[in-house]
Design a protein. Structure first.
Length: 639
């Protein structure tokens, strides 16, 4: 008899093609190219089985089915499946494998039940088909990895700044390092790799992570201040990592410096200086004048020699993420510390739950690299997402294998994040819920400028305790607040916290439509204070920034009567006279104040909408330039 097409049989049986294909497959009546090869007797058996599936509205799926597989099996559009996924409280790419319970829920929402097909037997695969293994050439000496630890304001970054001759300390707000960096310095013709960890108590988790990837810890103590709580905390991290500790007594150039007092204090914590008969190396330095810095580097190299630090440049490539962020122009950027092997441009890597082919590598000074050996910190481009600091890196031979593992890990992470959720909630409505005697879970989505900040905010939020309210970070990530963040918050009844990052205009519109609360902060302790007040039911009404529009300065005019005027184009939203605004130049804020004058052609106007040109003058400020961007907003009272 002639070979039949499944779609024609599906029409005849009034069934889904996937139902017909599943039954015929079990009967062995399918050819390799998908046609039906069966006699009438087999087809009669198939008709009965398909009729049962139609009657019970059952559809067959294989384990690990993707949204695309479900759409094909149910003969519906991808959009319908995505809607069902959002209803189930998650978002997933069309090619992401879904957990069985999630797939069953999605199929159920679309009116069917799942019959799981037998999973295909895995093909045997050699280990080195997936993960690249190089031929080992034997271990060789490598640079020591040194972590700078200590109390805030004791001069950690200034010391490292002197060593690498840059101005990091001057660029950072308040002199507090907010992001871990990795750098290399030369001494006596040999390299030393430094990790610069934050000293602020809010970044304890980052400091702990720094201590865990280091060979030697340098504990900086100010000679004019002494041992402080964070000094002890940093010391405990170093001890728990079981690494040698070298003491750098800084600021000895100050008249009130008392290095002997510091050494005496340190004996109380088991660190006895060599001059007191102990085995702790103490170097007296001045990050300001450079006094004693060379001696410090020499004792670091001496300690490294005693440790006999080695790695195999030709062995398996291993690495760890030191810092990661989302760069507007370059995409996801990760700083990797290579621990073993040699990482090369073009390598396919899996970093945490993200993968990619390394498009470019840079050293700490921004110079391009083709390869990087053990103990070398490198910045890599090419990942499809921002990994977490502390994530491990693995090199793959097969890009498809790396992508599949990445999708599996991301799906698993989403399942963990979602859990169970309650009804929609905001910080203001939480008080009412508490007064009604309900025990609630406050879910929060955290977005920040860099991974270090996100981890710090997340760590502090999770420490907020209350017997009636559980505070949990549902999702955290690096970058601006996007529509997908709002969709997740809406599905999970969560609030969105943006720390040192902006909200995309489309996300702001979606949040307003879905009644999702977004809170923006620049100071970490204001954020924590608000959440603590909320869970105690004591949140005060406050003013909140609300986005209005974005304006581009396209020309600068000097008029005789009016003075200097910015010729502008409203690219999004609207601009109002007397509205609050901030002017950005290459991403940096150069002015924050009000719009003093607004003109459309020669007429004064109150408002100009998107798509129109206008002339703007600012309140007591004329240093604007062509190419500047104006963000217009208003402060709205909340509650």
């Amino acid at each position: 008899m002639p070979k039949l097409d499944i779609s024609k049989l599906a029409v005849e049986m009034n069934a889904l093609p996937s139902q017909v294909a599943h039954v015929l497959g079990e009967l062995g009546a399918l050819t390799d190219n998908g046609f039906v090869d069966a006699d009438e007797e087999t087809l009669d058996v198939a008709r009965e089985a398909v009729a049962d599936m139609v009657a019970t509205k059952t559809v067959a799926l294989a384990p690990g089915a993707t949204p695309r597989d479900i759409a094909t099996a149910l003969n519906v559009g991808h959009v319908e499946v995505q809607k069902a996924l959002m209803k189930a409280g998650t978002l997933a790419a069309l090619t992401t494998g879904l957990a069985p319970n999630l797939a069953e829920k999605v199929v159920s929402d679309l009116g069917y039940t799942v019959k799981w097909a037998e999973p295909p037997k895995p093909k045997k695969q050699e280990e080195d088909v997936t993960v690249r293994r190089k031929r080992a050439i034997g271990t060789q000496p490598r640079p020591p990895i040194v972590t700078i630890l200590g109390h805030v304001d004791h001069g950690k970054t200034s010391l490292l700044d002197y060593i690498r001759k840059t101005s990091v300390a001057e660029r950072e707000a308040g002199g507090i390092t907010q992001h871990i960096g990795a750098y290399q310095a030369m001494c006596q013709g040999r390299k030393i790799t430094f990790l610069d960890t934050p000293g602020h108590e809010a970044f304890t988790a980052m400091r702990a992570r720094g201590a865990q990837v280091t060979d030697i810890a340098v504990l900086v103590v100010a000679a004019d201040d002494g041992v402080m709580p964070q000094t002890i905390e940093a010391l405990n991290h170093a001890k728990s990592a079981e690494v040698p500790i070298i003491i750098a007594v800084n600021k000895i150039d100050k008249p009130e410096a008392n290095p002997s007092k510091i050494k005496q204090q340190l004996t109380e914590f088991g660190l006895v200086a060599e001059e007191f008969g102990g085995d702790t190396i103490v170097a007296e330095v001045s990050a300001k004048t450079g006094q004693g810095v060379d001696s410090l580097l020499e004792v670091i190299l001496l300690q490294a020699e005693l440790m006999d630090l080695k790695a195999d440049p030709g062995g398996d490539v291993e690495g760890v993420v030191i810092e990661a962020s989302l760069d507007k122009g370059r995409g996801p950027v990760a700083t990797i510390l290579v621990e073993n092997g040699t990482l090369k441009q073009g390598d396919i890597v899996l970093v945490g739950q993200f993968y990619g082919k390394i498009k470019a590598m840079f050293d700490f000074a921004g110079q391009k690299l083709r390869d990087a050996g053990p103990a070398t910190p490198v910045e890599i481009l090419g990942l499809n997402g921002v990994p977490n600091a502390g994530d491990r890196m693995q090199v793959y031979l097969d890009e498809k294998a790396a992508r599949e593992e990445s999708e599996r890990l991301q799906a698993e992470a989403r399942r963990k994040e979602l859990g169970e959720h309650g009804a929609k909630v905001s910080l203001e409505t939480l008080r009412q819920r508490l007064e009604e005697g309900e025990t609630k879970e406050l879910l929060i989505i955290v977005k920040g400028d860099v991974q270090g900040s996100v981890e710090a905010v997340k760590g502090l939020i999770e420490k907020v305790e209350n017997p009636e309210v559980t505070v949990r970070v549902l999702h955290s990530g690096v970058g601006t607040v996007t529509e997908s963040d709002i969709l997740l918050a809406s599905a999970a009844s969560a609030i969105v916290v943006a720390f040192n990052t902006k909200v995309e205009s489309s996300a702001a519109q979606e949040a307003e439509r879905r009644r999702v609360e977004i809170r923006q902060y620049r100071v970490i302790y204001e954020l924590i204070e608000d959440i603590e007040k909320a869970v105690k039911g004591m949140l005060e009404p406050k003013f909140e920034e609300q986005y209005m529009g974005t304006v581009e300065i396209r020309a600068v005019f000097k008029l005789t009567k009016q003075g200097q005027v910015a010729g502008c184009y409203v690219s999004d939203g609207k601009v109002l006279r007397n509205a609050l605004c901030r002017v950005k130049r290459e991403g940096e804020i150069v002015y924050q104040g009000r719009i003093d004058s607004l003109k459309h052609f020669k007429e004064d106007v109150k408002e100009v909408a998107a798509g129109y040109e206008c002339g703007i003058q600012f309140e007591r400020w004329t240093d604007f330039k062509e190419g500047d961007t104006i963000e217009v907003y208003e402060m709205v009272r909340v509650g």
